[in-house]
Design a protein around this ligand. Structure first.
Ligand code: MN
Length: 227
């Protein structure tokens, strides 16, 4: 097929493999840790999970530079477990959901919190707050064949060496299988989809020059520089 200009397939490295993981869509779980819901005023702790998307080309690879986004004075970090889907499906049962997972990594759901706040107040979509350029820093994917399916493990983020977020995957309200089950009632998953599964408490602002580091024990680490 001939195109009038080239368009690159967005992808991520795979640990221990020369081949890369092509990325189709990025889904994000809205609120998935109680302590983060409690630091976000007014949210219901019992409502079912909800989802939003980031554009695929918002991915920023590990070690990259995150340009401070325009029209924001309050851009926040949210460290998250990222699930990489290897086989698709709709209405996937939680019991079988892990069969669809190729691997895991760590990502940061960068958020223009000020613009998200305006959107919430005015009942507008979240795109300006969540789906801007470079808003999805993501590390290399680690195959589940190598590490299994982690149900716990420290998840942390530091800014210039100072710990800001420090939680455990076991604190997730909706487990990975439950999130996949809910998500696939709404959308058909396909190979190449990523799911960012929510963040623990301690979200906060970044500034130009900051070195942001984070990780999930037994899975992956990530480091970006805000420029
Ligand atoms: Mn998030």
């Amino acid at each position: 097929m001939d195109f009038i200009f080239p368009l690159q397939q967005v992808s991520l490295p795979i640990v221990g493999d020369q081949k890369r993981f092509p990325v189709r869509r990025i889904y994000c779980v809205g609120r998935n840790y109680l302590d983060h819901i409690r630091e976000t005023a007014g949210a219901d702790e019992r409502e079912p999970p909800f989802f939003f998307q980031k554009p695929t080309d918002a991915i920023l690879e590990n070690g990259g530079e995150f340009p401070y986004p325009p029209l924001s004075e309050k851009t926040h970090h949210e460290i998250e477990l990222v699930v990489a889907i290897g086989t698709g499906g709709k209405e996937i049962e939680a019991e079988n959901a892990l069969d669809h997972v190729f691997g895991y990594t760590v990502g940061i759901d960068m958020t223009r919190r000020d613009l998200q706040g305006v959107a919430k107040e005015m009942r507008r979509p979240w795109e300006a707050g969540k789906s801007f350029d470079h808003a999805a820093p993501c590390s290399a994917i680690v195959p589940a064949a190598d590490i299994g399916h982690p149900q716990g493990g420290r998840i942390w983020l530091a800014v210039n060496g100072e710990i800001r977020q420090d939680g455990d995957l076991a604190q997730q309200i909706w487990s990975v299988p439950e999130s996949i089950a809910h998500l696939t009632t709404l959308f058909e998953l396909a190979p190449g989809d990523l799911i960012m599964t929510g963040t623990p408490a301690g979200v906060g602002s970044v500034n130009r020059g900051d070195k942001v580091t984070g990780g999930i024990a037994g899975i992956a680490d990530i480091e970006i520089t805000v420029v």
